[in-house]
Design a protein around this ligand. Structure first.
Ligand code: FAD
Length: 474
């Protein structure tokens, strides 16, 4: 009789977006996969109310799509059949006028995707694979990373024990696995909050005379109400509603204590949004919906020996202004398996070679870190762009020039947004290219305008002055 191959066993902690995608990657390579989630089954509607409500929809872009497609199971096509393309920003000014700003070339767009649907599809796909066991309502409580022994507890307080070859921490921003790795390695760690928070609101569908429904505003744009010190954005949903997110300094949230104060702010700055959301609903949602905080977490290394590794928000948390948190988390999984596959350790049937595994995890930590730091920093930078720069003359002039140069020399000048959202170029390279091409554009404009006189040179300098911050990570 043939001896059954002993498969390597991985415990993935967290069946959120990144954990559930990871389980598909591991399963595809023949690992015995245990996917643990502390929450109740997200696929059951009766559990919906118990789940944390955070960013109902998300922007899915090229990096996320690439990671979905690499599963080889058509996940990219499945998800893309349930998204709404957003080809640009729609700027709402104080007077209620709307101006469209394309994100890139006519065929380029990001995608509004429902978080719950995406998570559900990923968990469903994982659960359909024979070598995946999805275990809900078990929270990781303890882990001995040296031996791979894990202890979980259920809501009734029962303890469950497991032993695995690899612990894969996809347990989000408050990661317990990160805490365990931190105890055992010289992990550098930083966490910094910004002074701004967020609150979600809803623009419901418009009801037509026929009784049918439609979108109140154009669904193929990400709508922005940029108000310099703060902003509101809105992303479309398939049910023809929009989810709005009001991002503002915490002082503003703290100062709004009454309906009158809320309406004063909206009437002054966001007047066109009042009839869209509806006065009553606005007041109700604003005072009942949670106010979220925003932070950046950076750490390194992401692993402990050949035994444990963290990905997604567990490894890096960024402010949401580039719409890249999930996309970067999905890309983590793709990059991780590129390294594992290259070494032969990717296969669940190959025996564990702990020292080879350790060098793979080490390579992952080393190569991924500069990219993660770059996107965390770019995400902070983009908040200023979204809430303020998008309406400034210098920004618009620069954008226009970049777009023209991109058409003339597409490999030489690539707009920053295009590199981040429509390519899979390493984030660290995106940052470096951006610095280089900003200087190139500036120098060319100075040379060209010098013929026209000093005034033009100075104007060009102030309009096109590149970001002179040091590279990320320094
Ligand atoms: P999570 O989604 O947090 O999942 C972690 C999972 O682990 C959870 O299900 C949790 O219950 C489980 N867990 C935790 N601890 C344990 C434990 N001890 N035992 C068992 N299970 C555990 N990203 C984008 O790409 N595009 C966007 O447009 C975008 N918009 C955003 C808007 C806002 C307002 C915010 C806050 C974030 C946004 N993001 C966006 C970021 C994105 O939401 C995160 O990057 C993404 O959810 C990270 O996925 P994750 O699986 O790593 O973590």
């Amino acid at each position: 009789m043939e001896k059954e191959i002993e498969r390597k066993r991985v415990a993935i902690i967290g069946a959120g977006l990144v954990g559930s995608l990871s389980s598909v990657y591991f399963a595809h390579r023949g690992w015995d996969v245990l996917l643990f989630e502390k929450r109740p089954d997200i696929r059951k509607k009766e559990n919906f109310a118990k789940l944390e409500k955070r960013s109902i929809n998300l922007a899915l872009s090229q990096r996320g799509i690439s990671a979905l497609s690499r599963t080889g199971l058509g996940l990219d096509k499945l998800i893309l059949s349930k998204v709404i393309p957003m080809k640009g920003r729609m700027i709402h000014d104080l007077g209620g006028n709307q101006v469209s700003q394309a994100y890139g070339l006519p065929h380029q767009h990001i995608n509004s995707v429902d978080r719950g649907m995406l998570n559900e599809e990923l968990v469903n796909t994982a659960a359909s694979l024979p070598n995946v066991t999805v275990i809900f309502e078990q929270e990781l409580k303890q882990c001995d990373l040296d031996s791979g022994s894990l202890t979980f507890s259920s809501p009734e307080g029962q303890e469950h024990h497991y032993k695995v070859d690899l612990v894969f921490g996809a347990d989000g921003v408050h990661s317990r696995v990160r805490g365990e790795i931190m105890k055992k390695t010289r992990m550098d760690y930083s966490q910094s909050f910004i002074d701004h928070g967020y609150c979600e609101l809803t623009i419901p569908p418009k009801v037509l005379e026929t009784g049918e429904t439609d979108y109140e505003i154009d669904p193929n744009h990400l709508h922005i109400w940029p108000r310099h010190s703060y902003m509101m954005i809105a992303l479309p949903n398939l049910d023809k509603s929009f989810t709005c997110t009001l991002f503002a300094p915490l002082d503003i949230f703290d100062s709004i204590k009454t309906e009158a104060q809320l309406m004063e702010l909206f009437e002054k700055d966001l007047a066109d949004a009042i009839p869209l959301i509806g006065r009553e609903a606005l007041v109700k949602e604003y005072f009942t919906n949670p106010k979220g905080s925003l932070m950046t977490i950076k750490c390194k290394p992401y692993h402990f020996k050949g035994r444990a590794v963290i990905v997604g928000d567990a490894a890096h948390c960024m402010v949401p202004f580039y719409g890249q948190g999930m996309n970067a988390g999905f890309e983590d999984v793709e990059k991780f398996f590129d390294i594992l596959d290259k070494s032969g350790q990717g296969s669940g049937a190959s025996p564990t070679d702990l020292s080879l595994m350790e060098s793979c995890l080490d390579e992952y930590s080393t190569t991924r870190h500069p990219d993660v730091v770059a996107i965390c920093d770019l995400a902070l930078h983009n908040y200023v762009e979204m809430r303020s720069s998008v309406v400034s003359f210098s920004y618009l002039a620069r954008k226009r020039l970049e777009a023209i140069l991109h058409r003339i020399a597409p490999n030489c000048v690539i707009p920053l947004y295009t590199m981040v959202s429509f390519s899979t170029m390493r984030y660290s390279e995106v940052w470096q290219r951006w610095q280089r091409q900003s200087n190139l554009i500036l120098n060319s404009v100075i040379v060209a305008s010098s013929v026209l006189g000093l005034g033009s040179v100075l104007a060009a300098y102030f309009f096109l002055k590149p970001n002179t911050r040091p590279p990320p990570g320094q």
